[in-house]
Design a binder for this molecule. Structure first.
Ligand code: ZN
Length: 497
């Protein structure tokens, strides 16, 4: 058997996945309402075909053959990595009987619609029974997947390979200790005026601005496009087709502008993966956390920096002349206002991680039977009070705010925090290696940094585990100090504290 045969087989699966991605993109951007139900069935059918091919005897044969020591040792580094990734994926998929997966996915779609009603009514009791069912399934899955120390490890593995609950706990402990007092300090300082971000902003002009910034970021528009959606996302539809989406708020520029930069950061990653890995598992992103680090870098470290606006403000003024009389420094401070919020998706970059820490702690306790689903609202409210000093007035702005649990996604949230932390550590390294990085950004040269990211991170795809990648790029394991240094320096200046 040759590796080529194996790659060809994976290539067939990848083509089907591309078809699903295109159908999903369409379902979230263009589809008329009456087409949704049937489309979901088409996606369901194709997804089953993908699952069947990924768990077929043919795949078992490949996994068995290429893992034979004599064969495995004779492979190149990249081929060996491909075999490792494919074997892991195969075992994970095989560990849960298909009828259980099917039942679980039915419960999750039921969960999502019940969650929607429960949130609208702010009624946790309505959501509780289906969430209990979902949690029981997830606990059972962790046993089937297997884990070494903590049940939660088995869930994390699906989003952040090789990162354990213990790794996250260590990071969370350090981060909480440093972050909570810093937020207290900021909340006592005078808040910059961010009312200047409100106004009337024509949608087509916002779109023009979004395209302008994507171009500045060196996003390849011949290999992608920008469309409008309700919940922005980036999707790779195949080699040469990586699409971004954004949403427009006619009264405020922030959602579309920073949303576009965020998604653009994800897209640069996908566009930058080496073409030689096309249609392989190595040719996919290293993890959700690494993916998120690329988007957060562009959204926050570049998009909310003084250097960037030195170059980009005139472009904004050209499209929205109402800013002509507002000094760029005022604008810079306005986009960096820190305002603790009960709602995660409205959180600024300083308080965001606390929202994630809260969710991680709750999920880990639930999966390990230390907390009952019925006790969630109370636990949620006491934690948010401890971390942000705020109390939800109802469950809709507390425990019911995210769709993730309703969709069966536990273990996902930590990637958001890891993304912020990886981003700060990578960016600190880039600063060291490109000493005039700020000057370059201020002059509109974003390509030098993009090239650095591509060389160090993007092109490798999944060639390295996230932990190894961080080590390789920065010379040390993930350390939350880089994030703390970054926000302390930036926000002490913005807030004059
Ligand atoms: Zn993202």
């Amino acid at each position: 058997m040759e590796m080529k045969e194996f790659y060809d087989y994976e290539g067939e699966i990848s083509k089907l996945s591309n078809a699903v991605s295109l159908l999903e993109w369409d379902m979230r951007t263009k589809i008329p309402p009456k087409g949704v139900k049937d489309r979901a069935e088409v996606i369901g059918k194709l997804s089953r075909m993908i699952f069947e091919m990924s768990t077929a005897p043919k795949m078992a044969e490949f996994v068995e053959y290429f893992n034979r020591p004599r064969i495995y040792d004779s492979l190149s580094d990249v081929d060996r990595r491909e075999v490792d990734l494919a074997s892991k994926h195969y075992r994970r998929q095989k560990s849960i009987p298909p009828d259980k997966i099917e039942k679980f996915s039915i419960i999750c779609s039921k969960g999502e619609s019940i969650w929607q009603e429960a949130r609208a009514e702010s009624n946790f009791a309505k959501f509780q029974p289906v969430l209990e069912e979902i949690v029981e399934y997830l606990k059972e899955f962790t046993e089937l997947y297997g884990y070494e120390e903590n049940r939660y490890d088995a869930l994390l593995e699906g989003y952040e390979p090789s990162t354990t609950t213990n790794d996250i706990k260590k990071i969370v402990d350090g981060l909480k200790t440093d972050l909570v007092p810093f937020i207290k300090k900021i909340s006592q300082a005078k808040v910059p005026n961010d009312a200047i971000l409100n106004g009337n902003f024509d949608k087509s002009l916002q779109e023009k601005l979004s395209i302008e910034v994507l171009k500045a970021m060196t996003y390849d528009l011949d290999g992608g496009r920008l469309d409008e959606t309700a919940h922005p996302f980036t999707i790779g539809i195949g080699p040469g087709d990586v699409r971004v989406t954004t949403k427009y708020d006619p009264k405020n520029l922030k959602p579309s502008f920073f949303g576009t930069m965020h998604e653009g950061g994800h897209a640069l990653y996908e566009q930058g993966i080496s073409k030689e890995y096309r249609r392989t598992m190595v040719g996919t992103a290293a993890s959700m956390g690494i993916h998120e680090s690329q988007s957060r870098t562009w959204e926050n470290m570049i998009g909310r920096s003084r250097a960037f606006w030195k170059f980009f403000y005139p472009k904004l003024v050209e499209i929205f002349p109402q800013y002509a009389d507002i000094p760029v420094e005022d604008f810079y401070k306005a986009i960096n206002v820190v305002r603790p919020s009960l709602i995660r998706i409205e959180a600024d970059e300083v308080t965001y991680n606390l929202h994630i820490i809260l969710r991680f702690e709750i999920e880990e306790a639930i999966i390990n039977d230390r907390v009952k689903v019925a006790d969630l609202p109370e636990l949620w409210n006491s934690k948010i009070k401890e971390y942000l000093g705020m109390e939800p007035s109802n469950d809709a702005e507390g425990v019911l705010q995210d769709v993730h649990w309703a969709g069966g996604q536990m273990g996902y949230f930590p990637s958001y925090m890891l993304g912020n932390l990886y981003a700060a550590q990578f960016f600190a390294r880039a600063r060291k290696e490109i000493p005039d990085l700020d000057e370059r950004i201020a002059s509109g040269d974003l390509k030098t940094f993009r090239e650095w990211q591509r060389e160090k991170i993007h092109r490798h795809g999944s060639l390295y585990d996230p932990k190894d990648l961080v080590m390789k790029v920065t010379g040390e394991p993930l350390n939350h100090k880089y994030f703390m240094d970054y926000i302390t320096e930036k926000f002490s200046d913005v807030y004059g504290i």
